[in-house]
Design a protein around this ligand. Structure first.
Ligand code: CTP
Ligand code: CA
Length: 220
């Protein structure tokens, strides 16, 4: 039996994180994606490792280097991300930061689609699996499941609804009314069963640090 040293409060814990967008192919050269730099999720992974956790980071296509001490698994599509998340279980904590594409093209073309004299293709879309909701319902559900929600307008109400609908313990609600997407700062509310914790506008690295510290406090 070993106790976690004070400066490594997540020692012995496995934290599973998703980050970045997913890319859903239309044909070999085109895809559907959400806008996401991956910076917030990578920063969380880095802090979790720094505080002593074993970290598995399932990353969509991003232009970022892997934080020190983090095991990174690269994926392209939502279905690949879901499989990588399942393969990484069991975990003590899951933090689903990825901006998963809600839809994919039903049948991606094997060959590049060519323009046809102004005739445009109709894309038949199908809904992607919800990785967070399915993890929440899994037999091997981590003890603490955290989702992110980028919202405008009724940010807290939408996030509270998402927390319940997806079976998450916490939702980190990100107010994206300003220029948060791809930007350096974040304005977040932590939605839990107990209520709402609103944090001041912070750099993404600081949001990551505080969130990981908040997770460590929760696991004590
Ligand atoms: N998420 C997921 N799998 C999906 C869609 C979303 O795991 N297919 C996760 C995200 O990683 C995030 C949370 O669910 O942690 C909320 O994502 P969001 O896109 O806000 O939720 P949606 O249910 O897709 O709702 P919306 O219609 O607002 O996009
Ligand atoms: Ca979505």
């Amino acid at each position: 039996f070993e106790t976690a040293p004070a400066h490594r409060p997540l020692y012995g814990k496995h934290i599973l994180i998703t980050a970045g967008p997913t890319h859903e192919p239309i044909d070999p050269v085109r895809y559907i994606a959400n806008r996401s730099s991956g910076r917030q999720g990578f920063a969380i992974a880095g802090w979790a490792a720094a505080l002593g956790a074993r970290v598995t980071l399932v990353a969509g296509p991003v232009a970022l280097s892997t934080p020190t001490g983090v095991e990174r698994i690269d994926v392209e599509t939502a279905r690949e991300m879901q499989q990588a998340v399942r393969d990484a279980l069991p975990a003590d904590v899951a933090v689903m930061v990825a901006a998963v594409a809600d839809w994919r093209v039903d049948h991606a073309a094997d060959s590049k689609m060519k323009k046809q004299n102004g005739q445009v293709p109709a894309l038949q879309l199908t809904e992607n699996p919800d990785i967070l909701a399915s993890l929440s319902a899994d037999d091997r559900r981590p003890g603490l499941v955290i989702g992110f929600a980028a919202e405008t307008d009724n940010v807290i109400a939408y996030a509270q609804d998402k927390r319940k609908r997806k079976g998450a313990d916490w939702i980190v609600a990100n107010d994206v009314s300003g220029d948060v997407m791809g930007g350096a700062r974040n304005s977040v509310h932590i939605i839990t069963a107990g209520g709402v914790e609103s944090w001041e506008d912070l750099p993404k690295g600081e949001v990551a640090k505080r969130l990981v510290e908040r997770i460590a406090d929760e696991l004590v």
